[in-house]
Ligand binder design. Structure first.
Ligand SMILES: [Zn+2]
Length: 681
């Protein structure tokens, strides 16, 4: 599950830099159990790979030895292959002139703007100049406020995030959420003590910023000062923002439930003109606001001051400059890519088609989704997925009925939640409607920046219109749940599982797979997602998606104790020397992996002559990967999923079906004594 609150936060591209000498990974088993096979170069011909000691490596070694990370990418693997297939199909749509209708028209017009390098190179960095010089001319709080209020300014950065989402307490209504701004180093803890991942992020901003600012005409001195001031402002913000570690605490979601009327919100924000900012951004003032971190909003009057204007102006300058790396001429885009590649240990460049697709997807997700559904989704696919979901749900019912540590009261609520699970499989019944959007193409004097501003305005207007209106929870919300993505998701806010079309290819699902292979791949993914309804996060949302604790105190304590045992076990893994692996960070995803495996094994047990070998191999194949070391450093610091070699080995080691089938016994690396097992369900 992507936490829904992520909708509030700026997506930060995680890119980075450390000296090449520090990039070498250690070919060592640091935790005494399994080698971290995910790091490129860690596995060689001579690395032992016995089935009973390291099943993941046993299945995947041959692939690992010949795997190559594609040009411009940070990793390779089964999921990465599925992403490649999706991109190739979408690129074909960009180029398919035979497609008609408004969606195709928008897509082709934007693609023309993106891919017409003669046109873009002729413009050079000119489209950026007025933006930067307007920001640079801000010399007072009054001028800063006037800049933020003027919607003609294409790039406006507010010291808070304003978003629209379903209400956490009453999920029948859309409400405005007020959140904290995304930080350049991602986690406020990085501003107190910088980790290796923080160093990587810092280096990326610093280097990309230096390049872009000088390209936009700033002197060397001025550039250095802008970067220093920008980070000083970010540090001011970070002082009032909770560290990422608090997101994994048991009371995280309830900590977000702070409701304010418009008047109360104004009072909370002190002298900071929060309602005017909101309307300047384009959102209407609704009846009520959910404020994720009130302490932060209360601190805005001491952040947004006359004295801090130079810092905030430079913070906006740096953000604007870095955001434009892909919207200007070819030289800018190539240089920026080279900088981030050097930092992230990436070799080669992504293709022009991939770059163009990235820009189009970023701006036109729903039109692209519609074209993808029409071209690639079939009723057969959808039926296959619905069948597996039906079998898996039946297992969960049995499991919830029989699990011995759950009391009757909680059990009844859990079953009620399962019975109300909404299922969104592959494609919506009705396509999203973006007929209200238009922008100028290259023939009409359009530009990428102008098109992007038009999309932004269109989206904000859509969101604004939805404030205080009723949510249709049975309707697929394409704006928030795109199907042309490689993902599957449990959404606690409407108690739904969402299996997207983009994930249905290659080693995850294809129509030619055997039944066992389908279960080993997409089956375990579906089982994984359903379990999120009942994990430490899902336990906090009820059958309708409202935040409400439906667990008795005793049962929740039993659940937490089991989750803590799992987290403690994961704390013991050291994938590589500098990795500070946090069991708490990965616990919900690890619980889901194990529950997903268990649910599919229960389905398997009912089938005659089930081919367990094919099933377990497919599961190990699903999670194979090779990544660059810097990429994995940033992954481990932030991602809530365990590393892939652990998703394979740590999950399988919990199950009798696996251990018994291969005759694994005490002393084998894949053996985990029954009393040491940590599966929560
Ligand atoms: Zn998950």
């Amino acid at each position: 599950m992507k936490k829904m609150i992520a909708l509030l936060l700026c997506a930060l591209l995680i890119l980075s830099l450390i000296p090449a000498s520090a990039l070498a990974a250690e070919n060592e088993i640091l935790d005494g159990r399994w080698l971290c096979a995910d790091i490129q170069g860690n596995v060689t011909e001579n690395t032992p790979a016995a089935l009973k000691d390291d099943f993941g490596l046993y299945v995947n070694k041959e692939w690992i030895l010949q795997a190559e990370i594609p040009d411009g990418e940070t990793s390779a693997g089964s999921m990465e292959d599925v992403i490649r297939t999706l991109k190739d199909r979408q690129i074909a749509l960009l180029k398919d002139e035979s497609l008609t209708g408004h969606d195709a028209e928008l897509v082709h017009k934007l693609y023309a703007l993106v891919s017409d390098w003669d046109y873009r190179n002729a413009q050079g960095v000119e489209p950026a100049m007025p933006i930067i010089s307007t920001i640079r001319s801000i010399d007072s709080l009054e001028a800063l406020t006037a800049y933020l209020y003027d919607r003609n300014n294409l790039l406006r950065y507010y010291p808070l995030v304003m978003a629209v989402s379903t209400d956490f307490i009453n999920p029948d209504i859309y409400i405005t959420q007020i959140g904290t701004p995304g930080l350049m180093l991602s986690d406020s803890a990085e501003y107190k003590e910088r980790t290796q991942a923080g160093e990587l992020r810092y280096a990326l901003r610093e280097q990309l910023g230096t390049y872009m600012l000088q390209r936009l005409g700033l002197s060397e001195d001025e550039t250095a000062r802008v970067i220093e001031n920008a980070f000083a402002f970010d540090t001011l913000l970070a002082e009032h923002i909770k560290p990422q570690a608090t997101h994994y605490e048991a009371d995280y979601f309830t900590s977000l439930l702070n409701y304010y009327s418009p008047e109360e919100l104004e009072a909370l924000a002190g002298g900071f003109p929060i309602l005017d900012m909101l309307q300047a951004y384009g959102l209407k003032v609704g009846q009520s606001f959910m404020v994720t971190e009130p302490d932060y909003i209360a601190a805005l009057p001491e952040i947004y001051t006359e004295e801090n204007v130079p810092l905030m102006r430079d913070w906006m300058t740096l953000k604007a400059a870095i955001s434009m790396t892909d919207s200007l001429d070819q030289e800018t885009s190539k240089q920026a890519e080279a900088i981030s590649n050097a930092i992230m240990g990436v070799s080669g460049e992504t293709s022009e088609d991939d770059d163009a697709l990235g820009s189009v997807m970023g701006l036109l997700p729903v039109p692209m989704d519609n074209l993808y559904i029409q071209a690639y989704c079939t009723a057969q696919q959808r039926q296959d997925i619905l069948d597996i979901i039906e079998d898996t749900v039946a297992f969960y019912r049995q499991m919830l009925e029989s699990v011995d540590w759950l009391g009757d009261e909680t059990r009844a609520k859990a079953i009620e939640k399962l019975d109300n699970l909404r299922i969104f499989a592959v494609y919506p019944d009705e396509l999203g409607d973006w007929s209200g959007l238009d922008f100028a193409g290259p023939d009409e004097g359009g530009s990428l920046l102008a098109a992007s501003a038009a999309v932004q305005e269109f989206l904000i207007a859509l969101l604004s219109d939805s404030i205080d209106t009723t949510v249709d929870k049975d309707e697929w919300d394409q704006l928030r749940m795109q199907t042309a993505q490689v993902n599957a998701q449990y959404n606690p806010q409407n108690n739904s599982i969402n299996i997207y079309a983009g994930i249905l290819s290659g080693n995850v699902y294809n129509e030619e797979m055997s039944y066992e292979q389908k279960l080993g791949a997409i089956g375990t993914v579906i089982g994984h997602e359903i379990s999120h309804g009942f994990d430490t996060n899902g336990a906090q949302f009820d059958k309708d998606g409202a935040i409400s604790n439906w667990w008795t105190e005793e049962d929740y304590a039993a659940f937490q104790a089991r989750a803590a045992k799992l987290a403690a076990w994961y704390d013991g893994f050291i994938p590589f020397e500098s990795a500070n692996y946090s069991g708490r960070q990965v616990q919900t995803e690890a619980i889901a992996d194990m529950a997903g495996m268990k649910s599919i094994l229960a389905i398997a047990a009912q089938k005659e002559d089930f081919d367990y070998d094919a099933f377990f191999r497919q599961y190990a194949t699903l999670w194979r990967m090779q990544g660059s070391y810097p990429y994995l450093v940033t992954f481990v610091a932030k991602d809530t999923h365990p590393m892939r070699y652990l998703r394979i080995n740590a999950t399988l080691a919990q199950f009798d079906e696996f251990v018994d089938f291969y005759g694994i016994t005490e002393g084998d690396g894949m053996y985990n004594a029954p009393e040491a097992r940590v599966a929560v369900w």
